[in-house]
Write a protein that binds this ligand. Sequence first.
Ligand code: SF4
Ligand code: SF4
Length: 406
Amino acid sequence: MGRLFAVEIVYRGIFQKILAKQISRTIVLAAHREGKPGISFGRYGDSPERNGIPAKNFAIVATDDLTLEEGMAKYEPKEVDITIAVDDTLCKGVESWAWYGLQPINRLLKPGGTLIVTSREEPETLIGMCHCKEVPYQLAIVKAIPSFSGLWVYKDDHTDVRVLGAIAKVLPELFSLESVQEVILTDTNNPLKATSAQRSHERLTTVTVRPDQGNPETPYKFELPKWWEMGEGIAIPSIAPGSGMSDPATQAVGGYRPERTPTFKKYTTRTMRPVVDFDTCIKCTLCWLQCPDSCFDVTPEGLYDANMQACCGCGVCEAVCPVKDCVTMVNEVAFHDNASQWEMWRKDKEGYHTWLKGKIEDHPQRSHGFRYRGQYQEQIAEMAEPGVKCASEKVWTEPAPEAPGA
Ligand code: SF4
Ligand code: SF4
């Protein structure tokens, strides 16, 4: 029996779809150059794939056909050699919008496997975001801002080749730097991209993460129902029909909280979160009405507190709020819990104001797409490796994108 290699690429649905596909197919092509057969395929975290929702691509490679066949006789790999998170906020966990609740980013990693993250954060920050794992694993950081673009647009900022150069470093048995550079050159006819892969390969460092390091919280756990427990057809228990629309705890103090499912949280879809200035809020209700996920709890004073378990970070509340800087979307990396902002404000208004000012200073480190003309060029220039001239200032769109849900 030969050896099987498995790599998963965890990405933000739509915004990073083409990036993930570029990485997974090039893994297979580079391994194939060395005589190893392989296959790359995607798995929706939701169907249809939606903006920002965690989704996965896999690349499976083997040293021979039979081993590959055996490896492919599963819906998806049970363990992987490498997990790639192309957005660092995915380190907080991954909740597919399908069925299996919040899962740690490192869940599928083999003992000693490597988590590669594109991030500007230090290892300590990323380790703190990842759930503890029972066995040690490696963390490798490709220094980069998250490569996000708009619908069906690919941001050609070399993130794909930098990740590929990193893979060649942490798992040279999968493919060598030379093999992947050859594929990059054949594919793109751009020597600068091959150089970027090499720079990333040379500069990559890894740290070992011990079982006692990381977020100790237990993520969502479930047991598959036995056959005698199954109902007719397929039903996912959610909010019980006829259940109340108010949370008694909040109602007791005069507020209002819509009923929410206790298992389906959605917050790992978020890359930014709204920070609300309750002192300048004019209680216009627009954020509450427009939030597509009914995230706002109404406080006893008639203020609107975005519930951080439910918020998926779409930014609509910031867009509709008529008061300057009353709602500001801030990089999710800047937060360590999902605590209520209103509770914090209620207990210590001055302290909250200082906290809020500090958080808003982080803004805007990221966005879905681009906020102003020229931002793409600025980000590309920022991403370029020192000494490597930026390859392209054009946005390259894929021909004939498949329709959502296809
Ligand atoms: S960002 Fe604002 S509008 Fe969007 S889900 Fe969160 S609270 Fe709702
Ligand atoms: S939109 Fe802004 S001003 Fe209006 S209720 Fe929401 S936070 Fe307050």
